[in-house]
Ligand binder design. Structure first.
Ligand code: ATP
Ligand code: MN
Length: 478
C-alpha cells in the first residue's frame, strides 16, 4: 500500500513536536536549497519542509522544482518561521514526478485569472482555485445536508428530455442522426422517426417539471444536477452547462417557498463560513486586492466576509415587482437617465435594475415577487389580479438573480388556458397535466444556480472561475 500519509491540513492543525510524519504533495517553492513549501491540496497553507544541508547532491536538489511532486518522511519540529506552528525536518525525500521548470506554465508569481482559464487543467494548483473548489465542495455538501435534515428526497431527473421546460428554446439537440444524408420527410423537414428516441430530444434546461411529478407524491424533493442552455450570452454569470438545485414542495404557497429559500441560503453560507474559514479568509484578501485596482466608486463597500456575515444575519427584503418598478422610476438614476434599458411596468428587469435595487436602494438581498405573467413561465400560479403570477426571484449583491421560483399553477383549467395562450403543446404535456387531474395540491419550488451561489460566497467575479471546466460559447476545452 502506497498511501500512508498525513494530510498537511491535519499536521498544521494538530501536529506536535517530535512526531514522525510522511507527507506527499507538490512543490510550490524551493528556497536556498533548504526550504520547500509543499502543498497537497488539503489546505491553502503549505507545509515547510526543511532539507538537511549536505544530505543530497546538487543534481538531486536541482530536480526539486516548482510543480514537482514529492514524498517526504521526517520529524515535525517547532517552526521558528511565522505563520506556522510546525515544520517537517526531512529524513528522506523521494521525487515522485519531475517538473521541467522551463516548460511549467505556473510560476510562483501572480497570474491573471484569464491566463489561468487557459490552463484550467493546472489551475487547481493555485491557492485561489484550490480554495474555490474546496468551498464549492462545502456548499454542495451543505446543500445535501440541509435537505436531508428536512426530510427531502434527492431526485435524479433525466438529462436527456423531450421537453423544453421554459418554452424558451435555447436547448442543445441530442441526436444520433447523421449530418450527411439526414433522413427527411417529403416536405424536407428532418424525419426524427429514425432518430435514437424516435422524436426530437435535447439536454435538459431544468428538472422542475419532473420534480413536480415526484413532489406530488413524495411531498418534498430536490434535484441537484447539470443543466444546459445554449444561450449565446457571453456574460460573467452565464454558462452553457451549469448546476442547478431545484427543490419542489407539495402543500407550499409562495410565502412558504420564500421562507424555505431564505433559510436554505443562510444555512449553506453559514456551513461554508464555519468549515472553510481559511479558504474564505484567503479569498476575501484576494478580492480586497482585486478591488484596489478599481476606481473608488466601483468598489464594494463591504469585504467578502462582512458581506457573508451580513447576509446570514439580516432578513432579506421583500418587494413586489410593482413596488420595485416604482422604486426604480423614483430613483435618481432613472431621473438622470443613468439606466441603459427602459423602465416601465411590464419590463423584464435588466441586471442594471436588479443591481440598483440590491446594491443602492436596499443594500441587502431582495426577494421580488408577483411578476407580470407575460414575462414568466406558463406553470406559475396566476394571481387574482389577472396580470401577475406568484413568482419570486431572489437578487443578491454583485450577482443579480440567484434564485428563480414560484408557486405552481395547480388548477387544471387555469393551467390549460395559460398553455394555450402561450402556445405550449398541451397534448405532449399530458403527463404534467395528469398531476392536476389526479389529486392536485398547492405546491411551489425554486431553482438556485449553483455556480452563482459559489460566486457569491467566494467573491469570484467571473462564473468561469467557479466551475472546473467551463462550457461557454466557442469554448469546450478540456
Ligand atoms: P438570467 O435572467 O440570469 O439568465 P434565468 O431567468 O434564465 O436567469 P432561471 O431560468 O430562473 O434563470 O434559472 C434558475 C437559476 O439558474 C437562476 O436564478 C440562476 O441562478 C441560474 N442560471 C440561469 N441561467 C444560467 C446560466 N446560463 N449559467 C449559470 N446559471 C444560470
Ligand atoms: Mn437566462
Amino acid at each position: 500500500m502506497f498511501n500512508k500519509r498525513s494530510r498537511i491540513k491535519d499536521l498544521l492543525a494538530n501536529g506536535h513536536q517530535n512526531e514522525e510524519a510522511v507527507v506527499m504533495g507538490w512543490v510550490r517553492t524551493f528556497r536556498n536549497n533548504q526550504f520547500i513549501a509543499l502543498n497537497d491540496g488539503s489546505t491553502n497553507n503549505n507545509l515547510q519542509v526543511v532539507v538537511e544541508l549536505g544530505a543530497h547532491d546538487d543534481f538531486f536538489l536541482k530536480r526539486i522544482t516548482t510543480g514537482s511532486s514529492l514524498k517526504v518522511s521526517g520529524t515535525l519540529v517547532a517552526s521558528p518561521g511565522k505563520g506556522q506552528k510546525v515544520e517537517l525536518k526531512a529524513k528522506s525525500i523521494e521525487i515522485l514526478g519531475d517538473c521541467d521548470a522551463e516548460a511549467y506554465p505556473l510560476q510562483p508569481k501572480k497570474h491573471s485569472l484569464e491566463f489561468l482559464r487557459e490552463i484550467a487543467h493546472l489551475r487547481f494548483r493555485t491557492s485561489t482555485f484550490s480554495s474555490v473548489f474546496r468551498v464549492r465542495h462545502a456548499l454542495a455538501f451543505a446543500i445535501h445536508k440541509f435537505f436531508n435534515e428536512k426530510g427531502f428526497v434527492y431526485l435524479h431527473t433525466p438529462i436527456i428530455t423531450a421537453s423544453d421546460a421554459e418554452g424558451a428554446g435555447e436547448t442543445f439537440r441530442v441526436t444520433t442522426l447523421p449530418f450527411d444524408n439526414t433522413p427527411r420527410n417529403d416536405d424536407g423537414s428532418v424525419n426524427f422517426k429514425d432518430d435514437f428516441f424516435g422524436r426530437p430530444t435535447n439536454l435538459t434546461v431544468s428538472g422542475q417539471l419532473e420534480g413536480e411529478l415526484a413532489a406530488l407524491a413524495l411531498s418534498d424533493i430536490y434535484t441537484f444536477g447539470p443543466t444546459f442552455r445554449a444561450e449565446n450570452s457571453n456574460t460573467a454569470r452565464h454558462l452553457a452547462e451549469f448546476w442547478m438545485i431545484e427543490p419542489e414542495m407539495a402543500f407550499y404557497d409562495l410565502e412558504d417557498n420564500m421562507v424555505l429559500a431564505e433559510e436554505f441560503i443562510r444555512y449553506i453560507i453559514r456551513y461554508a463560513m464555519e468549515n472553510n474559514k481559511e479558504d474564505l479568509a484567503f479569498l476575501a484578501q484576494r478580492l480586497e486586492e482585486e478591488e484596489k485596482q478599481k476606481p473608488q466608486a466601483e468598489r464594494s463597500e463591504m469585504g467578502l466576509l462582512e458581506k457573508l456575515e451580513f447576509v446570514i444575519n439580516s432578513p432579506f427584503e421583500r418587494v413586489t415587482y410593482t413596488e420595485a418598478i416604482d422604486i426604480l422610476m423614483a430613483s435618481p438614476a432613472y431621473k438622470k437617465k443613468k439606466f441603459k434599458y427602459e423602465v416601465k411596468w411590464g419590463i423584464d428587469m435588466q441586471s442594471e435594475h436588479e443591481r440598483y435595487l440590491v446594491e443602492k436602494h436596499f443594500r441587502k438581498p431582495v426577494i421580488v415577487t408577483d411578476y407580470p405573467k407575460d414575462i414568466k413561465a406558463f406553470y406559475m400560479r396566476q394571481n387574482d389580479d389577472g396580470k401577475t403570477v406568484a413568482a419570486m426571484d431572489i437578487l443578491a449583491p454583485g450577482i443579480g438573480e440567484i434564485v428563480g421560483g414560484s408557486q405552481r399553477e395547480e388548477r387544471l383549467h387555469k393551467l390549460e388556458e395559460r398553455m394555450k395562450d402561450m402556445h405550449i403543446p398541451i397534448k405532449e404535456m399530458w403527463w404534467y397535466l395528469d398531476t392536476r387531474r389526479f389529486g392536485t395540491v398547492p405546491h411551489a419550488g425554486f431553482g438556485l444556480g449553483f455556480e452563482r451561489m459559489v460566486q457569491f460566497v467566494t467573491g469570484m467575479t467571473n462564473i468561469r472561475d467557479v466551475i472546473a471546466f467551463p462550457r461557454t460559447p466557442k469554448n469546450a476545452e478540456f
